[in-house]
Design a protein around this ligand. Sequence first.
Ligand SMILES: Cc1cc2nc3c(=O)[nH]c(=O)nc-3n(C[C@H](O)[C@H](O)[C@H](O)COP(=O)(O)OP(=O)(O)OC[C@H]3O[C@@H](n4cnc5c(N)ncnc54)[C@H](O)[C@@H]3O)c2cc1C
Length: 415
Amino acid sequence: MTLDTAAASKGTVDLPAHCEVLVVGAGPAGSACAQVLAQAGVQTLLVDAANFPRDKTCGDGLISDAHAAFERLGVHAQVMAQAHVIEFVRCVGPTGRHVDIAGTLAVLPRLKLDHILVRSAQRAGAQLVTPWRLQALLKDAAGRVSGGRFKRAGEVRDVQARHTVLATGASAQALAVSQMGDESAPSAFALRGYIQHTGMVDKIPHLEVVWHPRLKDGYGWIFPCGNGVFNVGVGYGTKSLRNGQIKNKKNLHAMLEDFAAVHSGAGELIKNGILEQPFKGAPLRASLRGSRWTAPGLLVTGEAAGSTYALTGEGIGKAMETGMHAAEALIMAHRQGAADDALHAFYTQSLEQLKPKYAFYEKANMANSYPWLVELVIRKATKSASLRQRLSQHLQEEVSTRPLTLGRVLRHLWA
Ligand SMILES: Cc1cc2nc3c(=O)[nH]c(=O)nc-3n(C[C@H](O)[C@H](O)[C@H](O)COP(=O)(O)OP(=O)(O)OC[C@H]3O[C@@H](n4cnc5c(N)ncnc54)[C@H](O)[C@@H]3O)c2cc1C
């Protein structure tokens, strides 16, 4: 039987009692981590609560960091054969004025994308076992994590592992049972649905992101998936930018109605399109915050480690990138027989190096709370090719040494 059969991609149901590295969660972070480990000859077990292919509530937008990760994993051609290629992001301000930012962009529903990634990890030699949900981490007498306890229906099984990787995304349950979460509240909540409307294909061929006072603290988006289907959603940040305190929860369905009221494209899609899948909400964890990254015997990666960008909520690329960093740290430990301390230092350093990129999105996140600021930036950017180019360079992650801080954007505006 080849790994390309449906049975293989769903995973087997029997959990082995032992493995070298146990990766919990087979989203982009876990699959990328498992693939890199397996390619290096490390015996890797990948366990997920869901059977694949499975849906994941997401905007499905792929920015340049995701493309770079696909290249590294050798799946870029496979992803792009199914993805809808996009040329630019249209940022729309409260008056309807807009600016287009060019980038390496695409849209592919997670049902398909995550299946490609998990199959690629399997082809590399990782063993996928589903559907088992992590219930607790196992610890040895010294308190070091030594595997996980999993549940499926009424059945409970333990898996002993030399190293464990937690790649369970924004799930509060997994962070709670692993006791790795510092903050129970996520950074943001968002709602997404798929709408079919062939009449809108020529009108919105790009990624459209909309800021408006009625969507304050967040924004609305319309991402075309191809074949007349659009991923439409709204989201908002949960924390005050001033003091980091948790703000009141917003009603995402009311926010979606506001999106339809203030934006004609969203209004047309929501009122006259065919809802292919009901709107569904999900949390996001951003800015590399909200959980500890390491504990003895354990690495936390992907959105479980807060790997999603603030402001835009993009996280697929950075989930894969952090997952691969976790794998590299484990391979180093495996080859050199390194102790946990060295492994943790190696992994922590690789995440720390990503921080300047997160800092830019964190600063720019203010835009969600002050939509008129976005209008100002859009006005300036429509007249300034150099500002458009800088914004595009940020989207492409080509500016790493001197981030475009909010202060710099404002200085540029009033120069
Ligand atoms: C509405 C919305 C829109 C978004 N839009 C975009 C976008 O357009 N572009 C973008 O780049 N990012 C977007 N994101 C963010 C993106 O979805 C995440 O950054 C990304 O999915 C993180 O990948 P991950 O592998 O860390 O986690 P996930 O993709 O969440 O994968 C985690 C896996 O762990 C499994 N799991 C969870 N708990 C357990 C458990 N206890 N036991 C076993 N398995 C478990 C889950 O079944 C899942 O398969 C969006 C998020 C939301 C909510």
